[in-house]
Design a protein around this ligand. Sequence first.
Ligand SMILES: *Cc1c(COP(=O)(O)O)cnc(C)c1O
Length: 427
Amino acid sequence: MSNNETLFARAQRSTPGGVNSPVRAFRSVGGTPRFITHADGASFWDADGKRYIDYIGSWGPAIVGHAHPDVVKAVQEAAARGLSFGAPTEGEILMAEEICRIVPSIEQVRLVSSGTEAAMSALRLARGATGRDLVIKFEGCYHGHADSMLVKAGSGLLTFGNPTSSGVPEDFAKHTMVLDYNNPTQLDEVFKKMGNQVAAVIVEPVAGNMNLLPATPEFLKAMRDLCSQYGALLLFDEVMSGFRVALGGAQSLYGIQPDMTVLGKVIGGGLPVAAFGGRADLMKHLAPLGPVYQAGTLSGNPVAVAAGMATLKIIQKPGFYENLTKQTRKLIDGLSAQAAASGIAFCGNAVGGMFGIYFKDKIPTNYTEMMTCNKDLFNQFFHAMLDEGVYLAPSAFEAGFVSAAHDDAVIEQTISIAKKAFAKLSK
Ligand SMILES: *Cc1c(COP(=O)(O)O)cnc(C)c1O
């Protein structure tokens, strides 16, 4: 048995499925999950000492590359000053100021510890501030695992082909309406019927939890106009797209101002920081100022905030996103060319440092089209790449991530490995 196999067998004795988050279990692609021992730059190593070029980057946070010296130093210095106080620190102010400056639609922000917590709290605030219960979400978007969002949610659930989670009371789920992504006509119809009952529309403006699927400008505009017209709030879940598709997130790329934004992943730089923020007149409903309750023992944790601030500093260096976008495009173009050379129906898409690969002849534009991608071919490709040392997301329905450490040599090595992998598939 390999060390990975031994560890996986052992893990399953003390943890359900051997993992602490379901997609890590490789259920969708089959095989044994790799247990990671350490990482550096664009790579990590598993328990058998094998190196992989990493294209998940902790599902987004590792945007500056793993174990970046500036981030590690900031964490070490913060840790030496004490790990957590349960009282405010100046670091939290600095981070709040930085977020408000980078994302102008955010006038005030509250720090929390996970994207799930941030989305859940933002929705409670939206319901509290509007006095309405109904929330609209879109099929294939993931907003964490709060009860009201596990209504045909994407990501791990999609992978399992499980439309809802057991344990969520129907009474909770009935306050969430699930509509088609990129379908402004349907949204318009629903608003005409019940727009004045809608507290909020929550959306991933660049969806990354059903593979990569950007919203169309028409869809985003319809959302903004309808929410304004009917007094509903527009919530952008930019946990994945924030500081990833562009410094200011999808809202800066598409020029749409949400009422509230949910952030996570990159802002913690690999440690648990997430946030929700927006218009000050909405945020004032939050405790201790207002009646909407929300709290957290480790919210704004000083070590986590230090990692996040060090990361935010690096990504604001001139040319950071130009380079990230260029490298991601280079990867997608290279993979597409190799697939074409092997006669495989394949295409790719990228927004900033986030990408999608589709075993299909055309880039999918909605959830239904996404589901027609060839999952078997993806799984074979995934394992062919993994064997040769390239770690892609272990599911056909997850986005991929490039970091600043993915230089030309790394991208070229990936493409030459893909050439062999595609050639194997065509046999
Ligand atoms: C990852 C993610 C979440 C959940 O964040 P966690 O920190 O895993 O709880 C929510 N929304 C989106 C869009 C995400 O990608």
